[in-house]
Write a protein that binds this ligand. Structure first.
Ligand SMILES: [Zn+2]
Ligand SMILES: [Zn+2]
Length: 392
């Protein structure tokens, strides 16, 4: 453990400098061209042979100790957001309208540091590490694109590990939980079609506004009346569009919304019931419906073994002051797809160190306290090393 701390301390200036460089040059989903070129060249400097262009801009490098042992996959996401940066720091975004407002600049720099630590300890380790640098987490399509491109073809993974820097937690804190920790995220579009006409003569028309209003209300009964109150889930209708004037009943009203669930069966049941209820209610009111379903990412589910292991190494890391249980988040993360390849753990590393770093993720003033970077590197490297050393 001490050796990892020392190695991380030595490379911290490079880690912080790279994070700042990435922060100044944010690239959004599937546009991470510069970022992935930097990642690939850093990996080559470490003697690795990265595969590039996976899922457009993803990078994978396998480090092999040459000795038999488990294979550990460590993942970082690389994408920024279409958010105009509002903070006045020397490393602020140089690209108008785009910024690293979620901390993925930190994740990328941290995982490269972990690669440096692991390759530097080659003579002491057994097994393999798969370093995954993923595009397009913010639109939850990067992981699936990489997997579809064969990112893991021929690679049998035993454990998966990754982290998210978090402004919800103080610097020095590591937060995680066993089991479902982030929600499955699906979205949908419901077009309710009637028969438009003059608003003064509703009996001559079929009103999709009334039907859509009933659909909105009826959908809100699915969580409150049909779902176990202990089984957290959310249905939110987030967009209602239709009509052009005071005196015209429109042809169509469009609803959009999202479904968040943790349980696989609940996800399946609620996606079916949303369609049934929207169709049934609309039909009753003489309208027709056209429903488009956009399947998102599954829930992030942490395994007990890896979660306990991360909690243990975090507790022993000199830079960590507190290890705590995180609460379940209704947000999603396509880390879920990597966690479907093998059991593993996804954890939060506190990045809030005062007012300037207390803004929520995706806020135009979002920033991380850079003291969190070496902490994240230390815990992630320790987790990888411990997983390599452990039984699989
Ligand atoms: Zn984000
Ligand atoms: Zn994020």
């Amino acid at each position: 453990m001490n050796e990892i701390s020392n190695r991380v301390r030595d490379l911290t200036p490079r880690l912080v400098a790279l994070r700042r460089d990435l922060h100044q040059h944010p690239e959004i989903a599937f546009e991470e061209v510069r970022t992935s070129a930097i990642v690939a060249s850093r990996l080559r400097e470490l003697g690795l042979e990265p595969r590039t262009g996976l899922g457009k801009t993803g990078v994978v490098a396998v480090w092999d100790s040459g000795r038999p042992g488990p294979t550990v996959l460590a993942r970082a996401d690389m994408d920024a957001l279409p958010v105009p940066e509002e903070k006045a720091v020397e490393y602020r975004s140089t690209v108008e309208g785009k910024m690293h407002a979620c901390g993925h600049d930190g994740h990328t720099a941290v995982l490269l540091s972990v690669a440096e630590v692991v390759t530097g300890m080659a003579d002491q380790l057994s097994g393999r590490v798969v370093f995954v640098f993923q595009p397009a987490e913010e639109i939850v399509r990067g992981a699936s694109a990489m997997l579809a491109d064969g990112a893991l073809d021929g690679i049998d993974v035993d454990h998966v590990i990754g982290l998210h820097l978090s402004s919800e937690h103080e610097v020095g804190t590591v937060a995680l939980r066993t089991g479902p920790s982030m929600a499955a995220t699906d979205s949908f579009r419901i077009a309710v079609r009637g028969h438009g006409g003059h608003a003064a003569y509703p009996h001559q028309n079929v009103d999709p506004v009334l039907a859509a209003a009933h659909v909105v209300l009826a959908l809100q009964s699915l969580v409150s009346r049909e779902t176990d109150p202990i089984d957290n889930s959310v249905i939110s209708l987030t967009s209602v569009h239709g009509g052009t004037a005071y005196n015209i009943i429109p042809e169509e009203v469009e609803l959009k919304g999202t479904l968040r669930t943790f349980n696989v069966d609940t996800r399946e049941r609620l996606s079916r019931r949303i369609r049934e209820v929207a169709t049934g209610v609309s039909t009753t009111l003489r309208c027709t419906v056209d429903i488009e379903w956009f399947e998102g990412t599954p829930a992030v589910v942490n395994d007990e073994v890896e979660t306990d292991l991360v909690a243990r190494v975090a507790g022993a890391a000199p830079s960590v002051t507190e290890v705590k249980r995180s609460s379940q988040a209704m947000g999603g993360d396509d880390m879920a797809l990597w966690l479907q390849q093998a059991k593993g753990a996804y954890f939060y590393v506190g990045a809030r160190g005062g007012e300037a770093t207390a803004y929520p993720h995706h806020h135009p003033r979002f920033d991380i306290d850079e003291r969190s970077l070496p902490i994240a590197a230390e815990v992630l490297a320790s987790g990888v090393v411990e997983l390599l050393a452990g039984q699989d």
